[in-house]
Design a binder for this molecule. Structure first.
Ligand SMILES: [Zn+2]
Length: 261
């Protein structure tokens, strides 16, 4: 008899796999060693934050969901998103983020809780506040699925350049934020860490490998340690993977295939 796992998804906006490797990331290193990972997952075009998040959460490419800029547009033929599917199955979900354009990723009524904070510190590290809120709230409210979005790495990339020292420092800071959240929670969670896209120079959005390649790390009960995922992984595989982990069927519209171990 296996108990349904709790899943927590962390997304570090704009984190390149080679940025992850170059930055000091003890938490992500620990999760990689304890679980499975790939450093060659692919996102969708345009490699921009909202289109990529829409593909991650709606399980379909931009040609299908129709969100091709960082402005949300209502879908002509709506696709059920991960939050919506989980809520319809009676599961509880929460969303913690610091970029308000993401607020439409869940339809009204799908979320048990949502926390959006802007950069209240003003020092370029708004991820700390998201982590503090997630750690505090999730400790007392054990939802089935939580999505924790950390936006400061992308901001550093635009300001100083991808792979610059401040960019790598932002990844290290995101790593500490993830560690802080996990330290507050039971250690039998299934943890997934990824990014929405990479970047080059001071931008992203193209189909160059630096923009399109992302890391995916999964760690938790039933996921073998130290596994390098050999199959190609697309950002659209994540929603079906999370639904499967939680025992919820994926909608027919979703194009991805779940990662299995
Ligand atoms: Zn982004």
């Amino acid at each position: 008899m296996t108990e349904r796992p709790r899943v927590i998804l962390f997304l570090v906006d704009g984190m390149r796999p080679d940025g992850l490797l170059a930055a000091e990331t003890p938490t992500l290193d620990r999760l990689r060693a304890a679980g499975a990972h790939t450093l060659t997952a692919r996102t969708v075009m345009p490699s921009m934050t909202l289109p990529c998040h829409a593909s991650l959460m709606l399980g379909v490419p931009p040609e299908r969901h129709g969100i091709t800029t960082n402005v949300w547009t209502p879908q002509v033929r709506p696709v059920p998103g991960l939050f919506d599917v989980l809520a319809a199955a009676g599961l509880t979900t929460a969303f913690f983020y610091n970029w308000e354009e993401l607020r439409d990723l869940a339809r009204p009524g799908a979320l048990h809780a949502a926390f959006m904070v802007k950069d209240v510190t003003g020092d370029g590290t708004p991820d700390s506040e998201v982590a503090r809120l997630a750690a505090g709230w999730l400790r007392d409210h054990p939802v089935d699925f939580a999505f924790v979005y950390l936006g400061a790495t992308d901001i550093a990339g635009h300001a100083w350049g991808w792979m610059s020292e401040p960019y790598l420092a932002a990844i290290s800071h995101a790593d500490r934020c993830i560690g802080d959240v996990l330290a507050a929670l039971p250690d039998d969670l299934t943890v997934i860490v990824t990014s929405d896209h990479g970047g080059h120079d001071q931008t992203h959005g193209t189909d160059c490998p630096e923009d399109m390649t992302t890391p995916v790390i999964l760690s938790g009960p039933g996921i073998p340690a130290g596994v390098s995922i050999e199959r190609p992984v697309q950002i659209t595989d994540l929603a079906p993977t999370i639904a499967r982990l939680l025992g919820v069927p994926a909608p027919a519209e979703w194009i991805g295939s779940p990662l299995t171990f």
